[in-house]
Ligand binder design. Sequence first.
Ligand code: AMP
Length: 424
Amino acid sequence: MRVESVRGMRDILPEEAWVWQAVEEMLRQVFALYGYEEIRLPVVERAELFSRGVGETTEVVHKEMYVFPDRKGLELALRPEATASVVRAYLEHGLYAKGGVTKLYYLGPMFRYEKPQMGRQRQFHQYGVEALGSLDPALDAEVMALAWHLMEALELRGEHLLFRVNSIGCREDRPKYREALRSYFAPHAAGLCPDCQRRLEENPLRILDCKEPACRELAGAAPRATDHLCPGCKEHFGQVLSFLDALGLVYVEDPTLVRGLDYYTRTVFELASRELGAQDALLGGGRYDDLAELLGGAPTPGVGFAGGMERLILVLTGQGVGAQERPLLDVYVVPIGGEAKRPAVELLTRLRKAGLAADMDYVGRSLRKMMEIAGKRARYALILGPDELVRDQATVKNLATGESQTFSLAEVPERLRGLAERSC
Ligand code: AMP
């Protein structure tokens, strides 16, 4: 039997991978505009990082994390998200020592044992930013402005996008809010799904996240976190909203937005696309002012977001963005007959050294077939036939216009570079 890939973990084939590269390149450029630098983190961490950081009772840790012992019995996990890792690395390497705000971004695979469906995989990829070291509400707004900037840079249509924003308060506010939720949901417990009946005891905030229609309906009229904020958190949230207004960002306040990870404090937000259906969150984030302490470090405020690459690319392709031609080779070398093989091989090397993307056939195709391949894969065909060879020449055919020109073999790379640059 043939070995197949694992359910929910898919290959990204070349016809799609070039779109990923283009999107990643754009993301990196925008991250740099806001002063973020890349951090590359391990895919495997101690499981404890996530049970302490993300929270034992969250779906992500409780039900979805890939946990396994290493050969010495140390409990490891495939990372389900990267914020906890970023904060771990920040503390471990003393990045705070530089002072000011540390701005880091990452791109990479995450793993969650979820039910695979459209826009939801078990291995998926996130891009994300984390700004550590400031409580300033202007930074919350800047992080959201960065998310919006990314979408604009990728030419995602703004009318399909919407920020949802909420404040869930600080650790002093949380117990009061939990109690308010418990008292509200308790009389309706029988109408909640079995998971939410458990959540009612463990962590009633999670009920607000539930996708079951009955739970959603009850959640609609639940007490609002924003009615249970201390004066400091109220002031912070008011300021975040005023900065969002100043920046002209379109948002709605969503009192049911709590996000699925326990480390959030104060601001939480999501950027949703109306084109994604049920899994409509393109990216989500917020503040996590207690996370560094949960991981054993000194108190360090932080704010950031993470977005799903798969969903972003789904929306982009749905809007026809990225449908432009996949990048082509500059030249496809077409040797005719055995005599031409050696000069073709030499020429290929010279073309590549001159910075031209070049390839040729290695499976003995006919001239007709080679020209067909050239037409699909390259902008120019470089034909080396017996007539050309006796004169130390090659024919260059522009595959878009059908025009041909003949150049001496010595000057081919330079001439082709000139042609290729002019037609870019
Ligand atoms: P979270 O880390 O849960 O806040 O998720 C942040 C973003 O990652 C979401 O808004 C999605 O775009 C994306 N995401 C989360 N889980 C998955 C998944 N299983 N498959 C694909 N994308 C996901």
